[in-house]
Write a protein that binds this ligand. Sequence first.
Ligand SMILES: NC(=O)c1ccc[n+]([C@@H]2O[C@H](COP(=O)([O-])OP(=O)(O)OC[C@H]3O[C@@H](n4cnc5c(N)ncnc54)[C@H](OP(=O)(O)O)[C@@H]3O)[C@@H](O)[C@H]2O)c1
Length: 373
Amino acid sequence: MKTGVVFGGSGLIGGTIVNFYKQRRPGIVDMLAPSSKKVSLKNCQDIRNYLLAVKPDFVINAAIANINADPQLSFEVNYVGAINVARAAATLKVPYFFFSSAATLPQGSGLRETDTLPLNAKLSNYAKSKLMAEETLRYMADNEGLDYTCIRLSIVYGNHDHKIQGFHRLLFTIADESMPFLFTNKGTLHSYSNCRKIPYAIHHMFENRQEYSCQTYHFVDPVPVELADLIMTIKSYLQLKSPRKVYVPYSVARTGKKSIQIILRLLTKVGLKASLPPELMFLGAFYRTQTLSSEKLFNSSFVDPMPEETVYTRLPEMIVYYLNRWAHQNLITTFDEKIEFDQQIHEDFKHNPMALLESIHRDATAPFDPDTP
Ligand SMILES: NC(=O)c1ccc[n+]([C@@H]2O[C@H](COP(=O)([O-])OP(=O)(O)OC[C@H]3O[C@@H](n4cnc5c(N)ncnc54)[C@H](OP(=O)(O)O)[C@@H]3O)[C@@H](O)[C@H]2O)c1
């Protein structure tokens, strides 16, 4: 059995990888996922001590600071952390899988792996730190013998996003009926990355190092998706009235965003703290086509395990999953689908917790039998 280490194992992508090795490929890889409390990517010694002690057969970095983190945190976690993991991987001579983002690419259609933005001061902290990490990993491959693969993702969709971000923020905003109109242009296209296919690619790339070493790959569904169409499809699944099919021009959306920012700043003066979703820092991207070419990966030996699956085919299941989740967390009230929960337990928990406690004491507190599988 091999040992893998994934940083960011509690996140959307890292968690999917951990789950893959536990549920779908049990017994092949013992996938360790230290939390940021155990190993912080901000701490070089943490990384060094942990990895040199565990001696994994491969390392995956799916950790990331908050998308709107300040320069220091972005630099320390996304860049220096990524490089320190690479240094440990180079010491151990094991493959290193690094996740990057379409934020390193310009707008445009069919973007190739080589089409990166030039590194410059005006980039967001996130894009800058990712670009710098990509650049240094290339440098380390050339000069330090690092064996790495960079996997560039676009908008990722999948279950178990414990934060509400990216694609799931879009879903949340529609479900919460807080999107009155379309904040995009007609025909604006984007690429989407299917989270549950990612571990298959990692596993294949791990088993075929010669082919995938020191390479960057776009990991996106081959067919781009129109943002407006996706929004209207989600709306129709949810049978909601909003958003209306009215395209808000970018200039109006940008002015609206700035006005709300001023109002929110004023509200803090009277003790109310509220903020806009961090995704709005990418407002411009809602209005610009950015599609990534998946040709390089398609032409490699990796075979898509679920070629028919797209963001559209997964929508019904994801909607049920997230709406249940958000309803349980009291985050949305508009969705009143029956939540599967034993009605008697529900009633007892609400109105008669003593009875519930007694029945649990009677039936469900015996120590586990170690001989029962
Ligand atoms: N989601 C997307 O739409 C998307 C799009 C493009 C690229 N990507 C890339 O995919 C990768 C994974 O993203 P994600 O969406 O899965 O992220 P996520 O759900 O936000 O998870 C972030 C993970 O990073 C960990 N982390 C944060 N600070 C850390 C630190 N100082 N030290 C160690 N771990 C730390 C967190 O661990 P704790 O909970 O233990 O703090 C958490 O497990 C990132 O590289 C991201 O840039 C994602």
